[in-house]
Every structure is written in structure tokens, then in C-alpha cells.
Design a protein around this ligand. Sequence first.
Ligand code: ATP
Ligand code: MG
Length: 378
Amino acid sequence: MSQKIILTGDRPTGRLHIGHYVGSLRRRVELQDSGKFDKIFIMIADAQALTDNADNPEKVRQNIVEVALDYMSCGLDPAKSVLFIQSQVSELTELSFFYQNLVTVQRLQRNPTVKAEIQMRGFSESSDGSDNKAGTPVGFFCYPISQAADITAFKATTVPVGEDQEPMIEQTREIVRKFNATYGPTLVEPEIMLPDNAACMRLPGTDGKAKMSKSLGNCIYLSDSEETLREKVRGMYTDPLHLQVSDPGHVEGNTVFTYLDAFCKPEHFERFGSVFHGKKVSFDFKSLDEVKARYQAGGLGDMMVKNFLFEVLNDTLAPIRQRRAELEKDLPYVYEVLRKGSEVARAAAAETLADVKRAMRINYFDPGVLEDLIASRK
Ligand code: ATP
Ligand code: MG
């Protein structure tokens, strides 16, 4: 039977947030611990981060260790998963270069995620070249191809990611099909693995904006202190029409309820149903459906629901915070994990690159190739 392999990763453009956690990180740890996968590669995508941060390599550099700390504090275990840095595997760049010939500019222009990101970053506003910030960097425009290289280099069968990555996986599948049809069966076509809960597909920001994103500054970070978490939850966007406690409230589009959908477990009602921050209150609900029904009917204040949400989030984040504090004491160890992981990743990618070159017949100096050439000239 063919191997089951995971590849996924994150851009080191900031610390990881709870959107990453529900969109991908939580699932990765479950898959890692399920023992159902032969290999798991987790990539810190620094080269991709540089495609829209070329003028700020220091930010990317600083965040590599932060992302590694976030990974390990969430339970990614270097004994079970290969944690590595993208730029240290130069084979990925070579693969990308060959794949670029299999994709058209027009096809890339249709990618809805890249389109939205270009707009969000203001790249498309001016393109006369007069300003460094104007226009879209070619590397950024092509990052879906680079992502195809990352995924195929490890022969990944499964890519656990958030919904925004769907167009990237589709692009990868197209490249694989085109490559295999042109040069013979070589690459593995990956499957996307999306979160099973709709709230986790694309977690909104604390400001209610469509996506929690490092670049939008609307994040709750995994490393936020308890106090910061409390403040951020307190300031969260809810239902703008719910002015008085007695007013009927809306649950759809209400970020507080979206977060509860993503994080709340049945046991939280027993544990936090009547006590918040050590104070006794009456929050007498048995399930999230009951909370929603009361909110919709009127008579449940936002602060009450936010207090409950704080407890629910803190229940998940407190142990992560604690492990992070431990790991932060030994950064040389974290760095060593990345160095070793990058070596392992490099060896795996080199095998695929050799397969690719063989399929494309650009493996000029392999044994037997010269003999073939001589024979074919006759
Ligand atoms: P940037 O703004 O630099 O692009 P980001 O916050 O979008 O950063 P990425 O590193 O691009 O984070 O995404 C890493 C992974 O996390 C991807 O699998 C992506 O689908 C997932 N992800 C990111 N944000 C969310 C979110 N708000 N909800 C669900 N999944 C998310
Ligand atoms: Mg992103």
C-alpha cells in the first residue's frame, strides 16, 4: 500500500493565532497522534513569507522561532513530525522553477485567494513602478506554484489546512496531472483536509472581519497572556443590534458565538456554568444551543457570554501557554529541532527532485544516460 504523508505549514509573519489552531494546528496534532500517517512534514514557510515581506527579512527571521515554539507548545512532537524551515530546502526552489512552465499567467490570475490577498496588501493600487510598494511582486503572484513544489516534494497525500488554501491545493493537483501527463507518472496528487466544523474553516477576527489574520491585526494569539486574552474577548465584536440585555440578539455573524462553536465542549457547561474567574454567577445552561436560544430570545447580556467564552478559550490556551514558557527556556533545543528537521526534509525533497529530473530527462549525468544519447544519435 502506498504511504500516507502529510505536508502543511505556516508563514512566519507573526506568532500563530487561534485561527491557525482551529483551522489546521489542532487537527495536525490529532493526526500526528493517531499513528495513521507514515510521515508528517510541518514547514515554516519563510521563503513564502518573504514574497510579500522582502523589505523585512528581520520580521521573518524573528518569527521562525516563535512559530516553532507555537508548534511544539500545541503538541507537535519532533519525535513524530519533521519540523523544518522552507528556505533550507533549496530543492523546493528548483521544483518550483520547473513547475512554472506548466502554469499560465491567466490561470494564476484566477486564483481567488491570491486575488483577495493582493487587494488586501494594496499591491494592485498603483503599478507605474514609481513606488516600491506598488504592484505585485512576481514571487508573491507565483506562490501557489511554490506551494505545489512544497507539497509534491514530500509526496504528500494529505494537506490539513483552512478553507483559504483550497485554490492552492487545486492548483497543485492541476500541476501534478499536467506533469504526469507530460513526463510520465512521477508526482502524487494530494487531497485537502478541511476542518469538519464550519466555524473553523475561516475563523473571523475579533473585529468581526471575515478572517483572523496576522496581517489584519485582529488576532488572539496562542501566546497571549491570560490578561490580554481577557481584554481581547471583552472588546470583541458581537451583535451591533443587541443594545439592551432584554433585546433579542443575533447569533449568525456574531463572532463570540462563532468562537464558541469552534472551541466549546460539552464539559465546559459543567465546569464553567456557574463560576467565572472564581466568582459565582448563574449561567445555567446545559448546551450551546440553549445559550443561543436564550440570546436570540433576549435576556442574555453580551458580557455574560463573553465571560463564558473567556473561560472556554483559556481552558484550551492555558496549557499551551505553560508549555511555551517551558520551551522558551531552551531555545537552542528548539533551533536544533529545526536544524535536524531541515536536514531530513532536504533528503526527502532531493529524492523527488531526482525523480522529476529523470522524468523530464534532464538527468544528464546519471549512469546510462550518455550511452542512451550515443545510441540515439546513430
Ligand atoms: P498571513 O496574513 O501572513 O497570510 P495568516 O494568518 O493568513 O498569515 P498563514 O500562515 O497564511 O496565516 O496560514 C497558515 C494556515 O492557517 C493555513 O492552513 C490557513 O488555512 C490557516 N488559517 C489561517 N488563518 C485562518 C483562520 N482565520 N481560520 C482558519 N484557518 C486559518
Ligand atoms: Mg495567509
